[in-house]
Design a protein around this ligand. Structure first.
Ligand code: SF4
Ligand code: SF4
Length: 373
């Protein structure tokens, strides 16, 4: 049993919604082929990198022993970012990788918004990680095509020419809004996207297929549906991971892992097929989390008259309540532009936002404002 998941005390309230909203049936497969160590691999688009289908999202990991163990087990894809844990995450990851750094695929990200700012951040990332190159360098959290500005892409290309970066990419929570622009521009070699069992909009799978066809490698993050739950339910994490890997366009996944139990549980997914039991687990789970989990579809963009970036704020709440990372959620909340962190939904007489996916938006935003404000 996953002790970290089981000991979290998640949300008290749950809304029972009609079973008609359950996940649609999915075709089952025979299970992946694995090597004798239980590892399965896919190729990351035209990069040619052969990556284990379960990678390691290091964002909330604090214990380097978990990363060392993952290395020993053969996991070969590790993801961090300049701004995770105020830079301390890169330091911990670099230290844990040690001499094995060159035998794995290492990605990091910059959230800078200028060319020089990005290049400066890259230098800091390399120094902090204790390496002289990144395998993949992402522009961090770009949810609109204009976020991939010419100057940021120019920075990535300079870094590539200098040999400090092997491949370039972009991370996003809104793949359908980004995939067309990525393919059209033809610069990005890897896309890191939010992708999980709540994202059943056909546009999501169409975007992944579009990237796959163009040779762009696709890595899935947020694969567990935010870790949100309204009541204890065992077995969800592996089912969610298996669901993401059912899509052949996903080269690897980067679940967050903080302890050896999670690592072991996720590792085993590499040799397991998605089953009807998994489908049932996820359908029930979808109903549980529907009122509280924002799947970042973007349909409420720009609809708050006060200017709140609704899905961003809900994501910060997920960091706190789903991942158990209150400081991260609060830090992002307090970093909202202008005076948005001081807006209070409770002061509105009415809210025009009705989430088509069932999220109780004003209630959840009020919760974030109460928790972080
Ligand atoms: S709150 Fe609802 S509509 Fe808005 S982004 Fe989240 S899931 Fe989509
Ligand atoms: S309740 Fe919140 S989300 Fe809705 S309009 Fe008011 S400030 Fe915006």
């Amino acid at each position: 049993m996953n002790s970290d998941f089981s000991r979290r005390n998640f949300l008290a309230a749950g809304l029972a919604l009609p079973a008609a909203n359950a996940l649609p049936p999915l075709s089952l497969d025979a299970g992946p082929a694995t090597d004798p160590k239980g590892l399965s691999y896919r190729v990351l688009g035209k990069t040619g990198l052969k990556v284990t289908t379960v990678g390691f999202g290091c964002m909330i990991t604090s214990d380097p022993a978990v990363i060392s163990r993952a290395l020993d087990m053969g996991i070969n894809y590790f993801d961090t970012a300049r701004n995770y844990q105020n830079g301390n995450n890169e330091r911990m990851v670099g230290s844990a990788l040690g001499a094995k750094r060159k035998s794995i695929v290492l990605s990091s990200k910059t959230e800078a918004d200028t060319k020089q700012g990005a290049l400066d951040q890259l230098e800091t990332s390399l120094k902090t990680l204790g390496t002289d190159y990144l395998d993949i360098w992402f522009l961090h959290a770009k949810d609109k095509p204009e976020g991939m500005s010419d100057e940021l892409v120019a920075a990535q290309e300079i870094a590539k020419k200098q040999g400090k970066v092997r491949f370039i990419g972009v991370s996003t929570h809104r793949l359908p809004a980004m995939s067309g622009a990525v393919v059209k521009a033809g610069k990005m070699e890897v896309v890191l996207t939010a992708y999980n069992f709540t994202m059943t909009d056909p546009a999501m799978d169409a975007s992944i297929a579009e990237l796959q066809k163009a040779g762009v490698g696709v890595v899935a993050m947020k694969v567990m549906g935010g870790g949100m739950r309204t009541k204890p339910r065992e077995g969800v994490p592996p089912s969610a991971l298996k669901w993401a890997l059912k899509n052949p366009g996903i080269a690897t996944t980067i679940p967050s892992m903080t302890d050896a139990d999670q690592l072991q549980q996720n590792f085993q997914v590499m040799s397991q097929a998605f089953s009807d039991a998994d489908r049932k687990v996820l359908s029930a789970r979808l109903e549980d989390i529907r009122p509280v989990y924002c799947r970042m579809c973007g349909r409420c963009d720009g609809k708050c008259p006060q200017g709140l970036p609704v899905s961003d704020v809900l994501r910060y709440l997920t960091y706190a309540e789903g991942y158990g990372q209150f400081p991260l959620g609060r830090e992002r909340f307090l970093g909202l532009p202008g005076n948005l962190a001081s807006v209070r939904c409770g002061e509105c007489s009415a809210c025009p936002i009705e989430c088509p996916n069932g999220v109780r938006v004003p209630e959840r935003l009020s919760r974030a404002q109460e928790l972080f404000g």
